[in-house]
Write a protein that binds this ligand. Structure first.
Ligand SMILES: [Zn+2]
Length: 408
């Protein structure tokens, strides 16, 4: 039996970019190492969820892990909370939050509070953590950068509430119930907003920030309420041990929720643009010594896509190609290796799109097809054809000789 390394290059797929003579970053940059895996393996294109569906990174990862997304997904909050290593219980409601800077009349002056991060966010969170409103416990934990997760624990809660986060608008919204059962939840969230502002506005950390000319983080702005879903553990479904190599809280959270262990990465392998891909690859290869299945997420291309910076994304592609060269040199013989993306993040959109993504699967002795290039168009020539995210794990399990015959 072989082991499986599933590499998800987050948001790597693109559309034609004006800055790249109408090509995508993958088409524009020569990627000899990525191409090697395509040339020696099987390629295709993949709709992470279904054609035309614009996935989030969370729903796309769940789909790629083989789950029926619609039946388990109830909002991003629970995954942010698990990613922040919060201990969630069934019945809890979780929301994602931004630390933000607002005026007294709740006008948003900076929706990321100058991209505040730990340890300052940790100090602010400490000021909020003994909060109970109408019998509901409010538990806050800082997450990546200016983000945090908020968990509500108590009786009579319901996740069907609107966001406080105004997104494009500039005044915070009142939390509204979407049904009668959620009236109480919306009410306590609104009370929390008042209490949160009162506790943070004159917090010593914020006073220090203002003295230094930085925007204070005087409120938490919640969105994406969801109740914690029950997810059948991935290792149990497939009968394999599994580990995740990612620096992104959200991805770690999803994996944990699926019963997948999280590899402790060094600081240099964070989920940022400057992450050390070579070191991360070494961590993934090391994880493969102990686990049958490793999911590795590389977030940088998504960040460049959201910035709308095609040149920057091309630079990220070059570094990813060097990573694939490193993996090629150091990978064990008995490995099934998959290169794909969780979704496209076209630079022209600065957001995710519903386009299919390229996929290549290589293992020693697999079928070689006509595809030669790891790109959105190059992988179209492959024998995998057009598959869906949920097909990936079964295909890998079969190539790893881990499936049982269906029938006699
Ligand atoms: Zn994204």
């Amino acid at each position: 039996m072989k082991k499986i390394l599933l590499i998800v290059m987050d948001g790597l797929g693109d559309r034609g970019c004006d800055d790249l003579r109408g090509l995508t970053p993958l088409q524009f940059i020569r990627n000899p190492n990525m191409d090697w895996f395509v040339e020696h393996g099987s390629a295709g294109i993949c709709d992470p969820i279904a054609p035309g569906i614009r996935p989030g990174s969370d729903t796309a990862h769940l789909a790629i892990l083989g789950y029926d997304v619609q039946s388990i997904y109830s909002g991003r909050g629970p995954f942010e909370a698990i990613g922040a290593e919060m201990d969630i219980q069934p019945g809890d409601i979780a929301l994602r939050c931004n630390f933000a800077y607002v005026s007294d009349d709740m006008e948003v002056l900076d929706r990321r509070a100058g991209r505040i991060k730990a340890p300052e966010t940790t100090e602010l969170v400490d000021a909020l953590n003994d909060l109970e409103i109408d019998g509901v416990e409010f538990i806050v934990k800082e997450s990546t950068d200016h983000r945090a997760a908020l968990v509500l624990r108590g009786y009579g809660l319901d996740e069907r509430i609107t966001d406080v986060d105004p997104q494009g608008d500039n005044v915070l919204k009142t939390c509204e119930p979407l049904c009668e059962e959620a009236e109480f939840t919306a009410e306590v969230v609104n009370k929390f907003m008042v209490e949160c502002y009162n506790r943070l506005k004159n917090h010593p950390t914020n006073r220090k920030r203002m003295a230094a000319g930085l925007p204070p983080a005087n409120i938490l702005v919640p969105r994406g309420a969801g109740s914690f879903p029950y997810i059948e553990p991935f290792p149990y479904i497939h009968g394999i041990s599994a580990c995740c190599v990612s620096g992104v809280g959200m991805i770690k959270g999803i994996c944990k929720a699926c019963g997948i262990d999280v590899y402790p990465l060094p600081e240099s392998c964070n989920g940022g643009l400057d992450t050390d891909f070579i070191m991360k690859a070494d961590c993934a290869l090391e994880a493969l010594e102990d686990y049958d299945f490793v999911l590795m997420n590389c977030k940088a291309p998504d960040i460049a896509g959201h910035d709308g910076d095609a040149k920057l994304k091309s630079e990220v592609v070059k570094r990813l190609d060097a990573m694939m060269g490193h993996i090629r040199k150091n990978m064990p013989d008995d490995l099934v290796i998959v290169m794909t993306c969780d979704h496209c993040t076209p630079c022209s959109l600065k957001d995710h799109s519903g386009d299919p993504v390229p996929i290549a699967i290589y293992t020693k002795g697999c079928l070689r097809d006509e595809a030669k290039e790891f790109s959105e168009s190059g992988c179209c020539h492959g024998f995998l054809g057009r598959i869906r995210g949920r097909d990936i794990v079964p295909i890998c399990m079969d190539l790893a000789n881990r499936t049982e015959k269906y029938g006699s």
